[in-house]
Design a protein around this ligand. Sequence first.
Ligand code: 5AD
Ligand code: SF4
Length: 470
Amino acid sequence: MDIADKQNKEYINGSKTTPAVFIKTYGCQMNERDSEAIAGMLSRLGYRLVDHESLADILIFNTCSVRDQAERKAIGKIGLMKKLKQQRPGLIVGVMGCMAQNRGEELIQSLPHLDFVIGSGQLHKLPETLDAIIANRHKISLLSLNDEILTSMGMHHEGFLKIASCQAYIAITRGCNRFCSYCIVPRVRGREISRSERDVLAEARQLVDSGVREIILLGQNVAAYGLHGDTRPPTANISPFAALLTKLSAIEGLYRIRFTSPYPSYFNNRLISTIADLPKVCRHIHLPLQSGSDRVLQRMNRQYTAGQYLDIVNKLRERVPDISFSTDIIVGFPGETDADFNATRAIMRKVDFDNAFIFKYSPRSGTPAAREKQQTPQKIREERNQLLLADQKIRTAAHNKQLVGTIQEILVEGPSKRNSQHWNGKTTNARGVMFTPSPTIRSGQLLRIRIQRCSAASLFGVVEDDLKPL
Ligand code: 5AD
Ligand code: SF4
């Protein structure tokens, strides 16, 4: 089931006379959050959400551009909708999100069955766009990027939580000013802007009142929150992001706070000590490294060295001994030598990441790295990808093994999708735990689980006791 989860069933089963919408989401959590906002906005206007394209009057593809593969996947799927539209000419098909922003008019030209293209900056204009298309059946594209996006960022969830019902995303910044040389995000999401603290806190309180226990703060560069787009890393004692974490922590009934993704240079002493002092901030940080070679980091326009990255990890470990790390790595950046790659392998070993997302470099048109002459052959990208995946698999399995026999506090998410006899939860270190539920179990409970066994990727346990029943 896509956006239409169990909370939305009343819409799915509701009146058949209102237009039915199917939303398909590609890419990152920010896109998931945008789809939640789209779902909330449309259902408030009386549209019904459906969980399959064959049931829909309106198909919305919320797309990603970060790698070529993500674009190709969406284009392939959207292409297939041509046949559906031939069978049902009244069907409305639209593309939103990063690929819409990136390819704009070109999409309407190459996929003539599309009715609208709305870029990341114009999401809130969807209702008026649909009205206009229903009235006139002309094609519409909206592609400007401006501060109006704060309107849609502030749109509340209206109960459309894609993840477990006890967890919710809150977008706190949007866009990015860092311009890493490989990355298309600053071009498709625009300049970095932060929502006001008052708005974020109000949204968090509303979510907690409705039963949410874990909030995941989202931003392309989340730790730059409140810095007005200044690209210089903040001085030692300034961190509006840390101030926000402190205020969110004071919300009664909220158990956990996570955030993704922070740029390493923003971890000054203020932020590190705030995290250490706030037990609600989860002991897991997703800290994108990208490469372990200083030469490559510089050419990626990442403003830190491998040594500085390690310093941040060590400082965090000193202040928060039980903290764990995950990361993003790009292999096969233009000109990446064996020595550069080995430096990445070595630092990954040193940090001992719990988890890592390894990406093969994908040239994005318009970015400086795509213009570099010395592109790494596809075969080498593939080989390096496989090597890092294999290294990480061993590390993750070893970490899981160490936990067998320990007791872990988990936040209960809900029944496992694969086997409803089992339920899922996560530790503060973001490790997934599967366990057999007791009859009184509820999503949003904190439980102590004794870990009994593990596989390479998962932990399995039994309930020890209940920490904070709702
Ligand atoms: N090629 C491969 N991976 C990329 N990422 C961003 N741009 C590219 C690209 N052109 C990765 C980075 C980032 C993650 C979200 O996607 O690792 O942290
Ligand atoms: Fe892209 Fe770099 Fe911004 Fe992340 S920080 S979104 S990788 S430009």
